[in-house]
Design a protein around this ligand. Structure first.
Ligand code: GDP
Ligand code: MG
Length: 442
């Protein structure tokens, strides 16, 4: 895994005051392997490594940072720059109906994305959208889009699977014109592998509907297949953008980097789940962090190391490692630190998404006032209550509320936040997360 490798790299650089030519080369070699393992295409890796080398060589390491940290930061920034290059909003300014054509392999997520995009355009951009399928090989695929459209309350052009795909595309376009739709989304058939028939069909459809956006839909977990498909579709069609799907999966997202470079087109959206609202405008930052596998841990660690008492953080890490529970005493210490770092929500935002997701919703009430209040509440508790929050019953709650001058509901809110925080801490310590993080960046 890229993360583990990079952590290994950082371990080996830890404690050194400067990067030598030798350890830079060694490090870049490891980064190169790691990227290849994350399924980033070879030519892309080469370019990437060279641009990092250019940045690292001769770099003056800032005194406050360890070399490992600086290096990872450079890699992180470079990933963002590469993937974020040319990112722009979807083009809706053309003469209506604006036609959006979706292309990609079977299973990439075209039909799902067609529905998500329709919903997004309807809700966010207030557009009148028509959905049309040209997937005549699989009647079930047409039905899938029809159902989606009905569910989303978006218009659907009833495609007759006995007609050729090209005819359907033409009919849908004239319907979109006649009924004054703002946007027509054309879903297409995909094959499991690139083949000539598919390519010539989609080329014809494209010529017939003259799309404003031709979006290449690609499964972020597809690895080398994604790369080959990107090349094939990129040479058959004038792609204008990419929709990266299934970014909620386990993949490290190496495909994102390859596809951006190979198609030369910006990633406009990313699919983040199976539900119809699981579509987001692409954020390079998010995916870069994902490739590095550590959320915004980098930023977090920077904050932690500059603002927070490291001793205390390490103490907590040790305690969690020993399998001890995160109690209210710890929460108190954390809150006091967080107060100095600009609020709990800003801290939670910096944790890796998969950790906070695993833990459920973010704790609420991260504003400065909230934190002060929570600190006050915990101070009104006895040491026993802090250590065994489970024992805080209704009468104790009333006493604590009176003591800290808040309503009992505030006590409940705090305890709820505490439980969520504890879950996060548990999942972090399970992955070796916090402790490892501290060591890696120390
Ligand atoms: P198509 O063959 O390209 O039209 O692909 P579909 O739209 O039918 O999607 C194939 C499968 O991928 C379906 O089971 C979808 O629910 C699933 N899928 C599509 N996009 C996403 C996504 O962003 N996240 C997840 N988890 N699943 C997705
Ligand atoms: Mg489909």
């Amino acid at each position: 895994k890229l993360t583990e490798r990079l952590q290994g790299v950082m371990e080996s650089l830890r404690g050194r005051g400067r990067l030598t030519d030798e350890n830079i080369s060694d490090t870049l070699r490891q980064v190169r392997m790691a990227l290849l393992e994350a399924d980033v295409a070879l030519p892309v890796v080469k370019t990437f490594i060279e641009s990092i080398r250019g940045k690292v060589v001769g770099m003056e390491i800032e005194k406050s940072l360890t070399p490992g940290q600086s290096l990872v930061r450079i890699i992180h920034e470079e990933l963002i720059a590469l993937m974020g290059a040319g990112v722009r909003p979807i083009n809706l300014r053309a003469q209506p109906p604006v036609v959006i054509l979706l292309a990609g392999l079977q299973g990439a997520g075209k039909t799902t994305s067609a529905g998500k995009l329709a919903k997004w355009l309807k809700d966010t951009e207030k557009k009148k959208v028509l959905l049309a399928s040209t997937d005549v090989y699989r009647p079930a695929a047409i039905l899938q889009l029809e159902r989606l459209a009905a569910q989303l309350d978006v218009a659907f052009y009833p495609s007759d699977p006995k007609k050729p795909a090209l005819t359907l595309a033409r009919e849908a376009l004239s319907e979109a014109r006649q009924s004054l739709f703002d946007v027509l989304i054309v879903d297409t058939a995909g094959r499991l592998h690139v083949d000539d028939e598919m390519m010539s069909e989609i080329r014809e459809i494209s010529a017939a509907v003259n799309p404003t956006e031709t979006l290449f839909v690609v499964d972020s977990m597809a690895g080398q297949d994604a790369v080959n498909a990107a090349r094939a579709f990129g040479s058959a069609l004038t792609l204008t953008g990419v929709v990266l799907t299934k970014t909620d999966g386990d993949a490290r997202g190496g495909a994102a980097l390859s596809v951006r470079q190979i198609t030369g087109q910006p990633i406009l959206f990313m699919g983040t789940g199976e539900k119809t609202d699981a579509l987001e405008v692409f954020q390079a930052e998010r995916v870069a962090s994902r490739i590095l596998g550590m959320g915004d841990v980098l930023a977090l660690v920077e904050k932690v190391t500059t603002t927070v008492d490291r001793e205390q953080a390490e103490k907590l890490a040790r305690k969690l490692k020993k399998g001890k529970d995160f109690d209210l005493e710890d929460l108190h210490d954390q809150l006091a630190q967080v107060e100095r770092m600009g609020g709990l929500s800003s801290l939670m935002d910096k944790l890796p998404a998969h950790l906070t997701a695993r833990a459920g919703a973010m704790p609420q009430g991260g504003g400065e006032k909230d934190i002060k209040r929570q600190v006050a509440i915990i101070r009104s508790m006895t040491p026993g209550e802090r250590r065994y929050p489970k024992n805080i019953d209704a009468s104790r709650k009333r006493r604590i509320a009176a003591g800290s001058g808040v309503h009992v509901s505030e006590i409940n809110k705090l305890l709820k936040n505490y439980l969520q925080m504890q879950k996060v801490m548990k999942s972090m310590s399970k992955g070796g997360g916090l402790a490892k993080m501290m060591r890696a960046f120390g």
